[in-house]
Design a protein around this ligand. Structure first.
Ligand SMILES: NC(=O)c1ccc[n+]([C@@H]2O[C@H](COP(=O)([O-])OP(=O)(O)OC[C@H]3O[C@@H](n4cnc5c(N)ncnc54)[C@H](O)[C@@H]3O)[C@@H](O)[C@H]2O)c1
Length: 312
């Protein structure tokens, strides 16, 4: 199935970013978001994102003008091949919306949910056509971070996952398939594991929030953008690969794992990391930090694209 027309449900942080990317890829986009300020905010977001997408070579097929905003969810669904849902992470809201749009969907339309914390089966339970509802979980901001975690299950119609993966790949995404339902899917669990230890290190006085953040972005974070942790470690003990690394470091890692912390986000911990994050920002406000994050990610993406193109 060719995806030519898309729809966005909920145009907040995630929906506006998806809209920018769908437009950049040459698709038309219909948006439904009942918030009075949503259209202006989404248009402003797309305008801001467009130069970066152009710099990355992602707008050659695109036209930022091919977007329409609707005050009715059903009308926004008309002739959409692919619907990306990004409404608040609250099951009754998602269920009500799925029930509302269902009669207006084309029979071939796929609905992908960006949900981070809800599972596919929880969402399918309130969806009149669960066979075409899948998980398409992005990383913020979706127009810059390649990863999309895709998941279907035994209720998913044949071919739906493959079509969704082909669409995401065509718009420049890297997909992984989540094979079993777990809270947080894959990448957020990895983030949660690392963040738990980051907080533990601050809580126990090993380093400040700013230094833990610096340790990550100047160290493992940079390597992890190149290759995943297991592949990297397989290069860490010479030509013997993963077996040599495990032979060498098994006791070390088992000892570290036994020593890792188990903090929880209680009031005192939250106060500590809020203060630490403010210090780490060194006076930059939210907008400036977002702009710097996006500029650095775009620069890395550009360099990686050039390297991939040069790969023999
Ligand atoms: N923020 C992130 O980092 C992130 C990352 C990946 C996935 N997600 C997921 O994306 C989804 C959206 O998150 P967000 O951060 O963009 O939230 P958000 O609050 O920024 O945006 C939600 C938007 O949905 C709109 N909305 C509310 N009810 C609606 C309805 N019935 N129909 C259509 N629109 C409606 C709101 O007006 C708002 O603009 C959530 O499921 C979340 O888990 C978020």
């Amino acid at each position: 199935m060719e995806v030519t027309h898309t729809a966005i449900l909920g145009a907040g942080v995630i929906g506006a970013s998806w809209a920018a990317l769908f437009l950049a890829s040459g698709r038309s986009v219909s948006v439904y978001d009942p918030s009075p300020g949503a259209e202006a905010a989404a248009r402003a977001y797309i305008e801001l994102a467009w130069p970066t997408l152009t710099q990355l070579g992602l707008t050659t097929r695109g036209d930022p003008g091919r977007i329409t905003f609707h005050d009715n969810a059903k009308i926004a669904m008309e002739s959409a091949d692919f619907v990306q849902e990004n409404v608040p992470e609250w099951l009754p809201v998602k269920h009500a919306l799925f029930a509302e749009i269902s009669p207006a969907l084309s029979p071939h339309a796929i609905v992908a949910s960006s949900a981070s914390g809800l599972t596919l089966s929880q969402m399918q339970a309130g969806c009149p056509d669960p066979a075409r509802l899948i998980l398409g979980h992005p990383f913020n901001p979706p127009h810059l971070i390649p990863l999309v975690e895709v998941m279907g299950n035994d209720r998913t119609a044949p071919g739906v996952i493959e079509t969704a993966e082909a669409f995401y790949t065509d718009i420049g995404k890297t997909t992984i398939r989540v094979q079993r339902e777990v809270p947080g899917h894959v990448a957020n669990r990895l983030q949660a594991a690392v963040w738990r230890e980051a907080i533990h290190l601050v809580q126990t006085g090993v380093a400040t929030v700013a230094d833990v953040d610096r340790a990550m972005s100047a160290g493992p974070g940079l390597r992890w953008a190149a290759m995943g942790p297991t592949t990297l470690f397989s290069l860490g003990a010479g030509p013997g690969g993963m077996q040599a690394f495990c032979d060498h470091f098994r006791d070390t890692f088992n000892g570290w794992w036994d020593d890792l912390g188990q903090p929880y986000l209680d009031d005192a911990t939250i106060k500590m990391i809020v203060e630490g994050a403010a210090e780490a920002a060194e006076g930059e406000d939210h907008a400036a930090l977002c702009a710097r994050r996006d500029a650095m990610i775009a620069a890395m993406q550009g360099a990686l694209r050039d390297l991939r193109a040069a790969k023999p």
